[in-house]
Design a protein around this ligand. Structure first.
Ligand code: ATP
Ligand code: MG
Length: 553
């Protein structure tokens, strides 16, 4: 008869079975579950190693400090649902403050400590932060906020926060929080739908957006990675997990800090990435897990000094935040003899979307260049960007994901929320990719970054990988330039290695003989460094602006 076929979606799932996820629990109860009641955790084991000082905090230390700081914050007037801004570099205090705020049922909004005064003010006001926890050296940026009544809690810069400082700068000393009597505080009631974290997205494609993540969302996201009999990401209590990626960003917060604590591993916190220091720490602490972003991979590959260090303890190297092409992944493998390589893929709004099954307790064979397989307890589909119809394997389209790990929404922006999470609960990532015959996901590029040459799509990421494979090129970025005939053409910004005499023609002929005609690079601009966000993403919008000023000259 005339009846239409029922429309059905091509939905992709993990190869791992779904598991029970206790996402009714408040975040901190879940994270420290194995250290409570009849849990199997040993509270005297190391939870945090401060890479800057060598100080060690056990699981017992971390939990007692969490409750004390929560009590101290409560005493200063912070209640359930209030927002506290964390403006701190990677440090044990960052971790303790985040946990304390969560324990209290309040909300942490995390900000980049390198932000300028107006950037900080903007986020603090938009998020209605009542308190800012920061370091002495950053207080100058907060004068106006303090005058507006925002409470400032301040750490001493020398890290000696057991000593009360006699400053009368109108800030509360962090020590006052850690010395509070935790027995004073009644355990607050928390609902799984309460917001616990409000990080801001990177701002790669526009202005950063405040992302409301609930207890339920974050617990789900952690469990999808590290829970179950065969965890997708097999962190164990024997692991030492390196953390130089910025903790104010969701990648380090969720996939490193909280996931490490859930599994009883040790988190080695490093304030910033500095290659030789990081290799020194890997050697000294026998680090087993090294989470990276592509610029860090590049630094390892290009460094002649990796051989001076013993990197043999590393069993997992995990990359995320931006595209890591096969060529780079293959090159970095050579430097870590005992490591398994793979990627994770996610966004602030969605938690982790995909994770390499090479990291599972019972691992699967995976391909380099893939960003993983969709995590368990979630659904994924790939939709045609024009029609919205879901696509089968090996066809590229926009990646969409559904599950309890998703954000509640953007702060004060129901329209943007509705544009991102549709009425059926699918979050539209804005990333173009496909799923291959083995369920592995490959990201082609961001929808917004694709260059359109006479209707052909050119992915900057692909050309960048080719450029970087040239021995005299340290780093590169590709953007679109307007063109009367083709609409858009790819042009490259290139950072040459020191002393290199590489010319524009050298670069063009190197790349252009390897690609189909419409992907050929039309112009090359030499530049000192490629601008990147702290999360490791190329700031193509800055390069496009640069291009515009150059072209209008
Ligand atoms: P904004 O949304 O404010 O423009 P942003 O998207 O850069 O910023 P994040 O949430 O930090 O903010 O980044 C998420 C994005 O990072 C994803 O949408 C994707 O484009 C990119 N990404 C993350 N992991 C990977 C990966 N393994 N491979 C490729 N891209 C990745
Ligand atoms: Mg985004």
């Amino acid at each position: 008869d005339e009846e239409e076929e029922p429309s059905h979606d091509f939905i992709f799932r993990s190869k791992l079975p779904d598991i029970f996820i206790p996402n009714h629990l408040p975040l901190t109860d879940y994270v420290f579950q194995r250290f409570s009641g009849d849990g199997d955790g040993d509270s005297s084991t190391t939870c945090i190693i401060d890479g800057a000082t060598g100080r060690i905090l056990t699981y017992a230390d971390v939990q007692i400090n969490m409750r004390r700081i929560a009590t101290g914050i409560h005493r200063l007037g912070i209640r359930h649902g209030d927002v506290v801004m964390l403006l701190l570099p990677n440090s044990p205090e960052f971790a303790l403050s985040f946990l304390a705020v969560a324990y209290l049922g309040a909300v942490s909004t995390t900000a980049n400590p390198f932000y300028t005064q107006p950037e900080i003010a903007k986020q603090a006001k938009a998020s209605a932060a009542k308190m800012i926890i920061t370091k002495k050296c950053l207080v100058d940026k907060l004068t106006n906020l303090k005058n507006d009544g925002v409470l400032i809690v301040c750490l001493d810069d020398d890290g000696d926060n057991g000593v009360v400082s006699s400053s009368d700068d109108g800030c509360v000393s962090f020590t006052e929080l850690t010395q509070a009597d935790e027995t004073e505080l009644l355990k607050p009631k928390i609902s799984p739908e309460d917001t616990v974290a409000m990080p801001y997205s990177s701002g790669t494609t526009g202005l950063p957006k405040g992302v409301m993540i609930t207890h339920k969302g974050l617990v789900t996201s952690i469990a999808q990675k590290v829970d179950g009999e065969n965890p997708n990401l097999n962190f164990t209590a024997n692991d030492v997990i390196l953390c130089f990626l910025p903790m104010f960003h969701i990648y380090a917060l969720d996939a490193l800090m909280l996931s490490a604590m859930r599994t009883g591993a040790a988190l080695l916190i490093v304030p910033r990435f500095e290659l030789n220091l990081v290799m020194e720490l890997i050697q000294r602490y026998k680090v087993t897990v090294v989470p990276v972003a592509p610029p860090v991979v590049l630094a390892f590959i290009k460094s002649p000094e990796t051989e001076r260090y013993d990197l043999s303890s590393v069993r997992i190297m995990l990359s995320g935040a931006a595209t890591l092409k096969k060529e780079l992944e293959d090159a970095v493998r050579l430097k870590f003899p005992n490591a398994i390589f793979g990627q994770g893929y996610g966004m602030t709004e969605s938690g982790t979307v995909a994770k390499s099954l090479a990291f599972a307790k019972n691992p699967f064979k995976t391909k380099s260049g893939a960003c993983g397989t969709v995590i368990r307890n979630a659904e994924m589909k790939v939709v045609d960007t024009e029609t919205g119809i879901s696509l089968p394997r090996n066809k590229s389209g926009e990646i969409c994901v559904r599950g309890h790990q998703l954000m509640k929404g953007y702060l004060n922006d129901p329209e943007a929320t509705a544009r991102t999470i549709d009425k059926d609960g699918w979050l539209h990532t804005g990333d173009i990719g496909f799923v291959d015959d083995d369920d592995e996901i490959f990201i082609v590029d961001r929808l917004k970054e694709l260059i359109k040459f006479k209707g052909y799509q050119v992915a900057p990421a692909e050309l960048e990988a080719l450029l970087i494979s040239h021995p005299s090129i340290d780093d590169a970025a590709v953007v679109a330039m307007k063109d009367e005939v083709a609409d858009e053409v790819p042009v490259a910004f290139v950072a040459r290695s020191q002393g290199s005499q590489l010319t524009e023609d050298d670069v063009k002929s190197y790349v252009n003989k390897q690609v189909v005609h419409y992907k050929r690079i039309k112009m090359v601009f030499f530049i000192e460094v490629i601008p990147k966000a702290v999360s490791g993403k190329i700031l193509r919008k800055d390069l496009r602006a640069k291009l515009e000023t150059m072209c209008s000259k």
